[in-house]
Design a protein around this ligand. Structure first.
Ligand code: GRF
Length: 197
C-alpha cells in the first residue's frame, strides 16, 4: 500500500451538510484544519446562495448543491461513496434525510439541535423558531443536543447535551448567541470522539 493509499485509508473523511450561514461549518473546518486523523472532504447544501457554499469555495473544499428530486431518489449515495465519507455532520441542514442515507449511513449521520431534545424538536423547529419558542415558553434553561439521525425528525439516539441558563432579559437573539457559543465549543469535540481510526 503506497503512502497515498495509507494516508487515504487512515484519514477519516467527513462531509458537512448545511443550508445556512455556516458558522458551525467554519468552526468545524478550523478545528480539523491540521488534524492527522480527520478531514472535511465535502460540503453539501440545498441552498445555492448559502453562506456555507461561500465557505466551501474559500476553503477550497469540494461541494455539491442538492436537487430535491435526486436527493430523495438516491441520496447522492454514489457521490458520498466516491468521497469515501465515513461521517455525515449536519450543521443546520433543512431537508429531512432520506431513508436511503439513514440506512446506508446508520449511526454515521449526526445533527446538532439548538434545544434540549425532545423539547422544542420536530418538523419546523429550527433556527430562530426554536429560540422564539423557548422565550415564549418562559423557559429558565435551554441548551444544545447532538444526536444520531434516524428516519424521524430530531429523534435519533442522543450523544451529548449541555444546558445554559435562560434569563428573563433574554431575547431570541441573545439566546441564539448563547446557543451558538455552546455549539462552537462542543460540536468539534464530540465529532472527535466519533472518529474511528
Ligand atoms: C445551528 O444553530 C444549529 O443548532 C442548527 O442550525 C444552526 C446552524 O447555524 N441545526 P450556522 O449556520 O452553523 O451558523
Amino acid at each position: 500500500m503506497n503512502a497515498d493509499e495509507t494516508i487515504n485509508k487512515v484519514v477519516f473523511h467527513i462531509a458537512i451538510f448545511a443550508s445556512g450561514t455556516g458558522t458551525n461549518t467554519q468552526n468545524i473546518i478550523d478545528h480539523f484544519r491540521n488534524s492527522p486523523k480527520a478531514k472535511i472532504v465535502l460540503i453539501v447544501s440545498n441552498n445555492p446562495s448559502s453562506g456555507v457554499l461561500q465557505i466551501a469555495k474559500k476553503e477550497n473544499i469540494s461541494y455539491l448543491v442538492t436537487e430535491r428530486k435526486k436527493f430523495y431518489e438516491d441520496g447522492y449515495l454514489a457521490e458520498l461513496k466516491e468521497f469515501k465519507i465515513d461521517l455525515i455532520v449536519l450543521a443546520g441542514f433543512l431537508w429531512k434525510i432520506p431513508s436511503i442515507l439513514t440506512k446506508n449511513y446508520s449511526n454515521k449521520i449526526i445533527n446538532i439541535h439548538p434545544a434540549l431534545l425532545p423539547k422544542f424538536g420536530g418538523k419546523g423547529m429550527y433556527g430562530n423558531f426554536v429560540h422564539e419558542a423557548v422565550i415564549t415558553n418562559k423557559e429558565t434553561e435551554n441548551g444544545i443536543t447532538i444526536h444520531y439521525i434516524d428516519e424521524i425528525y430530531d429523534h435519533g439516539k442522543i450523544i451529548f447535551q449541555i444546558k445554559c441558563k435562560v434569563d428573563e432579559s433574554d431575547t431570541a437573539e441573545t439566546l441564539s448567541k448563547k446557543i451558538h457559543a455552546l455549539e462552537h465549543e462542543h460540536y468539534p469535540i464530540i465529532i472527535e470522539t466519533l472518529i474511528k481510526s
